[in-house]
Structures are given as C-alpha cells and as structure tokens.
Design a protein around this ligand. Sequence first.
Ligand code: AMP
Ligand code: ZN
Length: 114
Amino acid sequence: MNPDCIFCKIVRGEAPAAILYQDEQAVAFKDIAARAPVHVLIVPRLHIPSAAEVTEEHAALIGHLIAVAAQVAREQGIAQTGYRLVTNVGREGGQEIFHLHWHLLGGRQLRSLG
Ligand code: AMP
Ligand code: ZN
C-alpha cells in the first residue's frame, strides 16, 4: 500500500472506479479516459511500481493477472475479435501511474505498433 497511489486507493475501495472484476489478488476496472470501446485496467492489489520491478517471486501473480485479463476480454465480448494487452514502463514508455497495470484494449481495429 502506497498512500499516495490512486490505484492502491481504488483496490482498497477508497477511491471510485467502475470495477468489472475483483478477487484476493487482482482488480479490473474501466479506464477513466477510454481510448477504445473496451479499455479496462487490470492491476494487482500489491503495489508494484511497474513491470521493471517484477521479480521471480511475482511469477504466479503475473500469470493470474493475464488470466484475469483474458476472462474480462471474454466477458466484454472481444475475445473472438482480438485485443491488446499493454503495460507501459517508465517515462519514455508513457507510464503515468506507477502501480503495475495492464491496459486491455479492444472493440475496434488497433493500429500496428510499427
Ligand atoms: P499509464 O499511462 O500506462 O500509466 O496508464 C494510466 C491509465 O490510468 C491512463 O489510461 C488513465 O486514463 C488511467 N487512470 C488514471 N486515473 C484513473 C482513475 N482514477 N480511474 C481509472 N483510470 C484512471
Ligand atoms: Zn499502488
């Protein structure tokens, strides 16, 4: 728990969010500034600043987060058409919130990364 972290506040129910899924380890909620018809953030309850701080100890947790993302994608109806799972790391990676999260984006054709 980082008292200054908005995602820590959301997972503790201390800040509002449109939560789509939650369990003991993970929470998924709608991005407040959606860039696609489906734009969901999947976060661990544990405060890890970014993927750069992930260690082998987190392996099961990271696997669980990806499984949660796949489940949310099915529930949101984009599993068949496809989607993108992205985690931004650091300033040049475009990271704004330093609590590990995956963006689940879908519901429209996404441009290639090239
Ligand atoms: P990133 O740039 O990868 O750190 O992504 C942070 C994302 O969090 C952005 O897409 C924001 O729109 C989103 N965001 C910021 N604050 C909130 C919030 N209170 N509830 C939901 N999404 C948020
Ligand atoms: Zn946090």
